[in-house]
Write a protein of this length. Structure first.
Lengths: 608, 616
């Protein structure tokens, strides 16, 4: 993946832009060519009009390059065109239609380039999000990340397809016009463009000025939204305290504030548009007056004056927009920065030899230490072994490190000291795909994809038969529940489907993990939301499965723990007790306390 | 929670827009001013080519520059007055736009304050936010500016046509012949564009969904080693998106070339026939015309098509905003389930003008008589439920999730009304009095401890904004909240953050209790929190509850044994009916459901304290 190349911090956000654009250079160049061609046509059409007026109708100098004059003479000069005015009309139509075609082609290629680029960005982002380490996702805000992957990509796409093209078009149009006009009549050309620098500068100045107002308007809307959100979320409290009027009054104030801020902003915009409108039209008036003077002196003709006027109009509009375009460019830069931040988060790497090994061996933890942030260690000096066929139960209070312990096994985190071996091979040397495929883990809060239950269960084995899927569901004691849904196994779950209860969710996830047929299974408190009876049912089914591998179960339930071959008791990251149920109930400690409580009945007067 | 409805209505419903334009007309003077400025601007815009026409005929063709300065001055004056017009209509329109969103939002907010909880149960907060913020913004922009654009385009087009007809009606007819096909094509094309854009937007929300799922499920994906297939699937979605967007972009790109090409036919006609008119004078079909008129025709013909294109675009905008309009008006028109009868409002007032002088003091006797409640008749939540609670008693409600405990307390609060049967408060059907009368005397502490942004003092004062600081402090002291409040950097003036998220769960809960104490309610509802907090805070809260409940009618949805034990009466609710009822001792002696529940909870609580904090 390209992401590995992007581990250097502090790079220009535009690097990502050019990277995403790389496969689409040819489309981009074609688009630029069509911009140029269209611009030429845009300018040629008025030329036809001026030629018709000056040469054909009024009989003055056509102001054409020599080879065209020769062509005109060859055709029969003025009288020929006067008789065949259709030719002039046709030429005008032709250039306009060509302009249309070139414009279409420009937009076609820029659509290919920008949509292709957006796809490339989205794919890369998605892939990278899947490639970053487990820990990244524990700390990330989903909303923020989704926002980046959608709105920020959209901003960048729009920048390419709209703003960049606008800039290119403005520049090409300006240069072409300048060249043509300067060749025809230098003083007239200069006069026709005299206000343009002025307009450009004023659009910048305006933009700087109005930025603060934009921010204020955003803030006003933000305050309004925040209050509304709070009001709606807390509606029960609002009602229970009878505070509707106070809430409404506060909203009215914010609403009015939002309105007034926006009206002020709008007035500012009004000043700018009015001002630039006035300058634009004054420019045309100026060109016209200059044209009249030059015509009176005989250095310019009617057709050319019309031409100058038309060109002046064509130039003023895009220049007025320049400020806005540059503001959007700033926005694109910020979006790219946010995307670069995501893309430069380091991806997961293989620390060792990436071997594919047999995973049916003994698991050995040897002096394992682990901490998310040094120096605080979550796990300290853990050593134990588990043989194939054994069930290992883990007990510990919140924050004792039990989840971390099993996550180390799948190398979702890497231990900081000591080593974990499976069949004698250090897990750091095992390819992470091999490792994870052979260790089935059911997380505490499992996630189901929004597709059918059947697809969810068979996700890692899409070729599984219906019978196999149902078998797994039966083992997880969820088969009957699934059948009770209208659509049975084809019921869609997750975001866009049926919401399952916590216990149902956990059981579907258990079925999914069983489908993996992994030699090592981990249940990370994955039956906490399942009632005791069903819990026992699932456990019995698992035992009956004659699992030859190693089973890890994290649980608080003594009934679950007592059947294990080995029970590990963790306290503050240390392995404080290890043994069977019979051994541990004889020792003072957490295990015995829990065991006693769960067997106990309340005595009168014991609770305050 | 209902999802956002998918509106596929493509027809523009004039009734809807008429109502929205009603908002625009609320300030008639702004509307009229905007229209006047607009007409003026369109007129001036249409006059510019006439100026060129004049220049050609009076200066350029005769070859004189006499009076050119006057001409330039006139031009600049025109430009300046047009700018004033532009300024005028932009300001007025902006004002109109903001007034429309202000008014719609006010109406929406008012509606939301009276809307019943059935609505809130079924409507996601995000949905309401989107309607009230972005949809309203979009609509008022549409209503204010599209009308302006439409009028400008229409007026400009009409002015141009009038000028052309005056100059030479025959040539005008010939030039304008392309207009009808142009309008039809533009309209049809805009519709197609809209269709493709919808498709692209649909793909876009698929992508958002896929990102959301990919990110939320990333950890699971990792443990299942499902990254590769996941990436491939995602590529399929982005490819669909790419195709749909390109299609939409291409059909969009056809529009402009088509319009200018058709427009160019008009210009060519003007050039050819007009040219003949100048060259051959009276013998031409259209008669003799001057060179200036020809220039004017060429200019007008080229500029006429811009407004036509714009009009087509506006119609398409209305079509695409139709869904927003329906959603916003849907929010404003949503029926309200719990309403005070007009005769009740006459006596008791509404929430904006409560007539407190007519309010009877509340004692707190609550009686359910044959009360049923359901959303869906097939699945009744509460059936034929009767219960009498003398003033001052504490009732604990226990039972499984979904048994109907919360429904009972919500009915007491009149957040819902019974679908059958009657609830009496102090012996009178509570529908005979206003909602505010009851709810002003209600104390309510919810599982989710909702605080509002503002200071700690603001939050405690929430139910009685006029309370003095001393009263606030007394309330805080009573629930043992003062210690931690004074430890905050600014004491009572510490900002709690959005939703109170700068405070811990336990602290938030204590503030909620202080808030209730200060409001001094007669009826108290406690939907007790299950979230566990450290032992110390738990004890504080326990004391707070005891203080709060003293001498008040209270309903407690209980999870904590101590609260249950001390209740005057415990009701075990199962499937909307009372299964067991009595004091703690009576129910234990019964040896039924309560007996088992009590023992189970006892074990769980012990276990929890043994395992340290957290439910795990």
């Amino acid at each position: 993946m390209e992401t590995n190349a992007k581990t250097k911090p502090k790079q220009s956000p535009w690097r990502l832009f050019f990277w995403a654009l790389r496969p689409f250079w040819s489309e981009l160049i074609l688009a630029a060519v069509f911009v140029l061609l269209a611009a030429i046509c845009v300018y040629l059409a008025p030329f036809v009009t001026s030629f018709t007026l000056d040469y054909v109708i009024l009989g003055t100098d056509p102001h054409l390059p020599p080879f065209l004059i020769a062509l005109v003479e060859k055709l029969g000069g003025r009288s020929y065109f006067a008789g065949h005015l259709v030719l002039c009309g046709g030429a005008y139509l032709l250039f306009t239609v060509l302009n249309g075609i070139f414009t279409y082609l420009r937009r076609r290629y820029i659509a290919y380039a920008s949509e292709g680029m957006a796809k490339r960005l989205r794919d890369a982002l998605y892939e990278h999000i899947n490639a970053v380490p487990y820990d990244y996702h524990k700390h990330v805000s989903t909303g923020d990340l989704v926002q980046r992957c959608t709105s920020d990509v959209e901003t960048v796409r729009k920048f390419l397809s709209v703003q960049m093209m606008d800039i290119l078009r403005t520049v090409v149009m300006f240069l072409t016009a300048a060249v043509i006009l300067l060749r025809i009549h230098v003083p007239m050309a200069l006069i026709s463009m005299v206000t343009l620098p002025f307009l450009t500068v004023s659009s910048f100045v305006y933009l700087k000025h109005v930025e603060a107002s934009f921010r204020k308007a955003d803030e006003a809307e933000g305050a309004l939204s925040a209050h509304l959100q709070e009001n709606v979320t807390g509606m029960r409290i609002v009602r229970a305290f009878g505070q509707q009027k106070a809430e409404l009054d506060k909203f009215t104030k914010l609403n009015a504030d939002n309105r007034d801020t926006n009206i002020r902003l709008n007035r500012l915009m009004g000043y700018y548009w009015a001002f630039s409108d006035a300058v634009g039209y004054a420019q045309i008036g100026l060109s016209l007056a200059a044209g009249i003077l030059f015509c009176a002196r005989g250095t310019l003709s009617l057709g050319l004056v019309t031409l100058f006027i038309t060109y002046t109009g064509m130039l003023t509009w895009p220049v007025r927009q320049l400020g806005r375009i540059l503001a959007d460019m700033g926005k694109a830069s910020i979006s790219l920065e946010r995307l670069t931040e995501v893309m430069t988060a380091p991806a997961e790497t293989e620390p060792g030899k990436a071997l594919t090994v047999d995973m049916n061996g003994e698991i050995a933890f040897s002096h394992v230490c682990f901490g998310y942030d040094a120096p605080d260690e979550v796990l300290k000096d853990i050593s134990f072994t588990a043989k194939p066929g054994e069930t290992v139960a883990i007990l510990g209070s919140t924050g004792s490190g039990k989840s971390s312990l099993v996550q180390l096994l799948q190398r979702l985190y890497t231990c900081t000291k000591g080593s974990i071996t499976i069949g004698g091979v250090n897990i750091n040397d095992i390819d992470h795909r091999c490792l994870r495929k052979n260790i089935g883990i059911v997380l505490q809060e499992p996630f189901l994809y929004s597709r059918t239950i059947k697809e969810n269960i068979s996700i890692v084995r899409p070729d599984a038969t219906q019978q196999e899927i149902e078998e797994a569901a039966r083992l997880a004691a969820i088969h009957d529940v699934i059948l009770s849904f209208d659509q049975g196994y084809d019921t869609i779950v997750g975001e866009r489907g049926v919401t399952l209860s916590g216990g149902q969710l956990q059981r579907v996830a258990i079925a999914r993990t069983l489908m993996q047929q992994a030699p090592i299974l981990i249940f990370d408190d994955s039956m906490s939301a399942v009632d005791t009876r069903t819990d026992a049912q699932i456990r019995n089914a698992l035992m009956g499965m004659a699992h030859k591998g190693i089973l890890f179960i994290i649980s608080h339930r003594i009934t679950t723990l007592c059947e294990a071959d080995k029970i590990l008791v963790l306290e503050k990251g240390r392995l404080v007790q290890m043994g069977t149920h019979e051994e541990l109930v004889k020792q003072p400690g957490l295990y015995r306390r829990i065991a006693q409580i769960q067997d106990a009945l309340p005595k009168e007067g014991e609770i305050a | 929670m209902s999802r956002e409805k998918d509106y596929t209505n493509e027809k523009v419903d004039p009734k809807l827009w008429k109502r929205l334009y009603g908002y625009a007309l609320r300030s008639r003077s702004t509307f009229i001013k905007a229209m006047i400025c607009l007409l003026f601007v369109a007129l001036v815009d249409a006059l510019y080519p006439l100026m060129t026409n004049y220049a050609v005929d009076h200066f350029i063709v005769p070859g004189t520059s006499k009076g050119v300065w006057v001409f330039l001055a006139a031009y600049v004056v025109l430009a300046f007055s047009q700018a004033m017009g532009t300024l005028g209509f932009i300001t007025q329109c902006g004002k109109m736009e903001m007034n429309i969103s202000y008014d719609i939002r006010q109406d929406g907010m008012l509606k939301l304050q009276t809307q019943s909880f059935e609505y809130y149960d079924k409507t996601a907060v995000g949905y309401i936010m989107a309607r009230m913020v972005s949809d309203v913004g979009r609509l008022s922009e549409m209503v204010a500016w599209s009308l302006v654009d439409l009028l400008w385009s229409g007026c400009y087009a009409v002015f141009c046509m009038v000028i052309l007809f005056i100059k030479n009606w025959k040539l005008a007819i010939l030039v304008l012949l392309v207009l009808p096909p142009l309008a039809v094509i533009a309209l049809l094309l805009e519709r197609t564009i809209l269709k493709y854009q919808r498709e692209a937007r649909k793909q876009n929300s698929r992508i958002t969904g896929a990102f959301n799922e990919g990110i939320m499920g990333a950890m699971t994906t990792k443990t299942l080693v499902y990254e590769k297939q996941n990436n491939e699937e995602f590529r399929g979605i982005t490819e669909d998106m790419r195709r749909a967007s390109i299609k939409a972009a291409l059909i969009n790109a056809v529009f402009f070339p088509l319009v200018i090409s058709l427009g160019a036919i008009g210009t060519s006609v003007a050039l050819v026939l007009g040219g003949k008119g100048v060259l051959s004078g009276e013998t031409a079909f259209i008669g003799a015309i001057s060179a200036g008129t020809l220039v004017a025709f060429v200019t007008y013909a080229a500029s006429l098509f811009d407004p036509i294109q714009q009009i087509a675009a506006i119609f398409a905008d209305f079509q695409s905003a139709q869904a927003s309009a329906e959603r916003v008006l849907g929010l404003l028109d949503a029926p309200v389930a719990v309403v005070d009868k007009p005769e009740v409002t006459d006596t008791y007032g509404d929430f904006i003008h409560p007539k407190r002088e007519n309010w009877e003091p509340i004692r707190g006797e609550v009686r359910f008589e044959h009360v049923s409640f359901y959303y869906n008749p097939q699945e009744p939540i509460l059936e034929d439920f009767s219960l009498t609670v003398p003033a001052g008693q504490t009732i604990a409600l226990v039972g499984e999730t979904g048994a109907g405990k919360s429904t009972i307390v919500n009915l007491v609060c009149r957040f819902y009304e019974p679908t059958a049967g009657t609830i009496y408060i102090d012996g009178k059907d509570y529908r005979q009095r206003s909602q505010l009368w009851l709810q002003s005397s209600l104390g309510y502490v919810l599982q989710a401890h909702h605080l509002f942004s503002g200071t700690i003092a603001d939050n405690i004062r929430y139910g009685r904004p006029e309370a003095t600081l001393e009263e606030v402090q007394a309330a805080a002291r009573l629930v043992h909240a003062e210690d931690f409040i004074l430890q905050q950097s600014k004491g009572y003036d510490t900002e709690v953050g959005e939703g109170g998220n700068r405070l811990s769960t336990g602290q938030k809960q204590l503030i909620c209790f202080a808030r209730v104490i200060l409001a001094n309610p007669q009826i108290f509802v406690l939907d007790e929190a299950t979230s566990s907090i450290d032992t110390e805070t738990e004890q504080l809260i326990q004391q707070a509850i005891t203080t709060v409940l003293k001498g008040r009618t209270s309903f407690v949805v209980a999870h904590r044994l101590s609260t249950i034990r001390h209740a005057d009466r415990i009701l075990v609710i199962q499937k909307g009916r009372i299964l067991e009822s009595g004091t703690h001792e009576e129910l234990l002696a019964l040896g039924g459901y309560y007996h088992e529940l009590y023992h189970r909870q006892y074990r769980e609580e012990r276990l929890r304290s043994a395992m340290g904090e957290g439910t795990d």
